[in-house]
Design a protein around this ligand. Sequence first.
Ligand code: DGJ
Length: 732
Amino acid sequence: MKHIVIVTILSGLLGCTSAMQAAETKNIRISTKHTDLVLQVAENGRLYQVYFGDKLRHESDLDNFSWQVHAASDGSVVPRGWEVYSGSGNEEFFEPALAVTHADGNPSTYLYYVSSDTRQIEGGTQTDIVLRDNAYPLEVTIHYVAYTEEDVFKTWTEIRHEEKKPVYLSAYASTMLYFSASNYYLTEFSSDWAKEAQMSTQPLRPGKKILDTKLGSRAAMHMHPFFILGLDQPVSEHQGQVLLGTIGWTGNFRFTFEVDNVGNLRVISAINPYASRYELKREQTFTTPEFIFTLSNNGVGQGSRNLQNWARHYQLKDGMKPRMTLLNNWENTGFNFNQDILAELMVEAKDLGVDMFLLDDGWFGNKYPRKNDHAGLGDWEVTHEKLPGGIPALTEAAKKAGVKFGLWIEPEMVNPKSELFEKHPDWAIHYPNRDVYYYRNQLVLDLSNPEVQNYVYEVVDKLLKENPEIAYFKWDCNSPITNIYSPYLKERQGQLYIDHVRGIYHVLERIKENHPNIPMMLCSGGGARCDYEALKYFTEFWCSDDTDPVERLYIQWGFSHIFPAKAMCAHVTSWNKSASIKFRTDVASMCKLGFDIGLKELSAEELEYCRHAVNNWKQLQSAIMDGTQYRLVSPYECNHMAVNYVSLDRKTAVLFAYDIHPRYQEKLLPVKLEGLDPDMMYRVEEINLMPGKSSSLQLDGKTVSGDYLMKVGVKAFSSNDMQSCVVRLVAQ
Ligand code: DGJ
């Protein structure tokens, strides 16, 4: 049914009021294979969400939707709905998506539908919807990309105006989504150094729950920019409706979950407006970050697979290309190395069978050499005394050893003890009139300043131009923004948190443009940077400095909800030596495998085991890196953990099973695999065994159907502390 109504809106060029304009109700359907998001332009000319859920079978049913969903507590229906991009100061009493103070001081915004357009793009459709205020020349364009096969949506918004003077933005959401369910359960991912991706769940009650950070850079140190929402019931792996959402923003973010007076839930995903009243000049466009989300009707496992698959295809840098295994030196040598030590490590890397040697922190600075974390950041020249042959000698040594060479940098930072700070103190973010406080003895460079952006770009560009043999960067960021004042922005300090992050993106964009083939690891004092905007520029991220394999089981389990294994770096180190080298390596083998350990401290047998494990991992890349992941047994629910990966053609699979601290005489259940072809016959083989050890797995060496493996399972758990079992399945 269509209604024709008359509303007054501004049309044509911003700023000129047109005559009365006709608007008719209209549904805008944004679909993936299994999900529909339906928006409705109502009789009043405004845009409302009328449906978000399981895909509808009949187009004609769209006519049954009504935007008026909001009952008043006295039972009467008030003409109010779920406005898609609710403005501040309107008749809505809850948290708005957009808050604008117009040039004349008016704090209200009413957005009316102007137009929409849907077109095919790679992998799906893009819908752009233009809304405009009816009293001020302010326009909002909401973009939705729907990835059909992966069931993933991403949405972002552009805000623009033609008022005579600047307007001030104090809320600028990427999106606002509404839900009506009997109950809501929020799973969040809290974090700290060495404690990343810790999952906890709580029911949402009337009022607001906020997940946010105010750290500036190293921004996800205390809370990660993603969440899972269980509708009606708590999030579970295999069943129930769940939303997985994540914001692509490498700075302060804020998710607001508000259960309103009638028990509906509003979810607002945004840059955190904390200390960020943004001045928007006439004709300038404010673009929000992308909010990426998927709705699964089969539990969170399916939702994770949607995101992992989507990320590899459309978001992660080089998502479809292979990854390099590596040997890093940070946990082994710290700052104490020289050319000979490094050259020796490169030979060891080759002997281990990894692809690359990665030189970590401590190679730069001359006036203030980087002997510890007190000096040198900013001075990206090799310390001549320590490495007299410079980087060329190192790349040469790597070539001779037969491995690639990667390099650690932290180019967004400066130590006050550096030549850079002596030359450009005003490039560092710090107060002009207060005592400076430091985090890890360093300051954050002011990336809102284009000159500083240029400097940071040139650090990378120069290194690569002078040393084209550098095959990889580990890009670190160890400090949050402290002393939050930009000497460059002066009276526009409200822009700092936001323009700083945009400045980082400018730099990364230039690097990607001019050096498109350099893989980079995103690192931030562990895993404090883990978002999908940064991952457009980085091939992978460092999950945590905590490489104790038991802790890693939880950390990797947490991150796997949002990211593919291909994006997650895991290294074998000496953390928790009471765990065997096999257990440590098997845990790291679930992600992008690397080592950061003194190989000399390993016995001949252990080293041989590691070589085999590296080789096995390389052969299983089609499953672990590019296949489909199934989380089978959660470490949060018992004393074990298991996942399996299946290659896309379902011909190769691998099961990882771990015993953490089993109880005395604990009942051990077989692990039922998922994702196999039930009619395919698989040869079962336990791999990653210590030299001389044979498998005690009942099915080892047998050929079994996928059906059996999924219905009956594999007895892969044991009663022993920190034991692991890796099983390869190859179709016959
Ligand atoms: C923090 C990182 O997480 C570590 O891996 C290491 O690179 C250090 N920084 C170096 O300072």
